[in-house]
Design a protein around this ligand. Structure first.
Ligand code: NAP
Length: 480
């Protein structure tokens, strides 16, 4: 399949380098190909977004919402086909991929619903005949840079609110998953999105930087690794540009002595191994009450070892490959290093001698928190455990990280759960469920090195995608 860039309402072959989108389960298989946008085309995309901005902002919110609703219907209708494409280019299993596509449709519908919700405030004034309004207006042109691991859901939860609130967009998806980006843009244009409102440019770091740097881009929404996110924050700081970044995680699951161990083991494995551990909210650190640590680890190891790893399109496969050879090498090196630093490998017997970027579900018993594994995000199906004496120590260990995205806590004690709400330094906490998973109608995002700027999803999204104007609305004197 040929992939085209979308610039000013026209689908165009890029002027840049050729790229091939390959299947991580069968690296010789090309899923799609195309050409990156040139620097000149990024310029054109920004110019088109600027030109379209006043008209789109002036379009009634319900008319903007109608485009999102139409796109949601298309996404839903195509979910099985696009889900299979997603599994082929990214590597998550078919059921997960189809669920992600359907999730994107739900997100678009939620943001279409914003047209029906309150969108501002009104205050009294001490001056006779005056009211004070707080109105929300679009920000203008939003630069968007998205990661590989949710090729359609993350773009939907940025593009949905951006468009609903009346902004225009220049979007650079991850170069690893260009096909699903094309599909989302296609759904929106087929549903009647006016020319220039959404511009899709394929490219790598250079195109991302060009968008961030461009004076015509009013604000930047980024999701990806902490290293790149921090560079984006720094550059936007220099330019005085609003920026929102959702970044990496090193998420802990804490299992206390009173937990339902079978349930905890099941949820820990879902958190650690679904999507091959390539979720920002995946469980990678396990903190176990010492009384139950051995038993819990035994259950986790049994489940991890039984997982069916293979081609994500095959029925019954529970875990696909990592996204790329670079990812496989990084995960492999991380495991070797952990073992060199004293970790015991309880599951994950080396890397399979097979085609594709596969990694086995791996469980490590760590010698303590001094190892690199504890602090560095590997972004793969690897979980490392330590033991804790008591709740307070367990919560302290969870906080022993520069990251603060999500955590899971397994306990039957409501008092302890509330203690964790107070103590844990994370943006998302799951009590008695896996560390990953979000609902589109509530805020999502991290603290510490995991997130910067306003949160995403739910109504929180409007903090970034709108700007307020405070209006002192007085009555002319003769009518007061
Ligand atoms: P990444 O390597 O940081 O890339 C993210 C995006 O930034 C891609 O589109 C990438 O382009 C682009 N990029 C790379 N260098 C850039 C630069 N110098 N300037 C501007 N853009 C640049 O992340 P990834 O590997 O795709 O995704 C995995 C990471 O994202 C993990 O750390 C994960 O935890 C994090 N993540 C966080 C969340 C969250 O909500 N907190 C959600 C999902 C993922 P290329 O694709 O061409 O490199």
């Amino acid at each position: 399949m040929d992939l085209l860039n979308l610039i000013g309402g026209r689908w165009v072959e890029g002027e840049g380098e050729e790229f091939a989108d390959t299947n991580p389960a069968r690296p010789a298989e090309v899923v799609a190909h195309g050409r990156f946008a040139s620097a000149r085309e990024v310029e054109r995309a920004v110019a088109a977004a600027r030109e379209a901005a006043p008209g789109w902002a002036a379009t009634p919110h319900h008319a903007r919402a109608a485009v999102l609703l139409g796109a949601a219907d298309i996404v839903d209708r195509e979910a099985d086909t696009w889900g299979a494409e997603l599994a082929r280019e990214e590597g998550k299993t078919l059921p997960e991929a189809v669920a992600e596509v359907r999730g994107a449709a739900r997100i678009l519908r939620y943001y279409a619903g914003e047209a029906d919700r309150e969108n501002g405030e009104i205050y009294a004034s001490p001056r006779p005949g005056e009211n004070v309004l707080v109105v929300r207006k679009p920000v203008g042109v939003i630069g968007m840079i998205t990661p590989f691991n949710f090729p359609i859901a993350i773009p939907a939860w940025k593009i949905g609110p951006a468009l609903s609130y009346g902004n225009t967009v220049v979007w650079k998806p991850s170069s690893l998953v260009p096909l699903l980006a094309y599909r989302l843009a296609q759904a929106l244009t087929d549903s009647g999105l006016p020319a220039g409102v959404l511009n899709l440019v394929y490219g790598e770091a250079e195109a991302g930087s060009a968008i961030v740097d461009h004076a015509g881009v009013n604000a930047v929404s980024f999701t990806g690794s902490t290293a790149v996110g921090r560079a984006v924050i720094a550059r936007c700081g220099e330019l005085g540009k609003p920026v929102q970044t959702e970044m990496g995680g090193k998420n802990a699951s804490i299992v206390l002595a009173d937990a339902d161990l079978e349930h905890a083991a099941e949820q820990v494995c879902l958190g650690a191994f679904r999507s091959t551990g390539q979720k920002c909210t995946a469980t990678s650190r396990l903190i176990l009450a010492s009384q139950v640590a051995d038993e819990l680890l035994e259950r986790v190891v049994a489940r991890a070892s039984a997982l069916v790893v293979g081609d994500p399109l095959e029925a019954g496969v529970e875990m696909g490959p990592l996204v790329s050879s670079a990812a496989r090498d990084r995960v492999s090196a991380g495991i070797v290093r952990a073992v060199e630093e004293g970790a015991k490998q309880l599951a994950g017997d080396g890397f399979r001698d097979r085609d594709g970027w596969f990694a086995p579900p791996t469980v490590l018993d760590l010698p303590g928190t001094g190892v690199d594994f504890w602090h560095t995000e590997l972004f793969g199906p690897v979980v490392g455990a330590v033991r804790a004496d008591g709740t307070e120590e367990a919560l302290g260990l969870a906080n022993l990280s520069d990251h603060g995205l999500s955590a899971a806590l397994f306990t039957r004690d409501l008092g302890v759960a509330l203690q964790a709400v107070q103590r844990l330094e994370v943006g998302v906490l799951h009590v008695n469920s896996e560390s990953a998973g979000t609902f589109p109608y509530v805020p999502f995002g991290g603290t510490k090195q995991s997130g910067f700027g306003p949160k995403e999803q739910g109504r929180a999204a409007r903090e970034f995608f709108t700007q307020t104007m405070t209006v002192y609305l007085g009555t002319p004197r003769e009518r007061a």
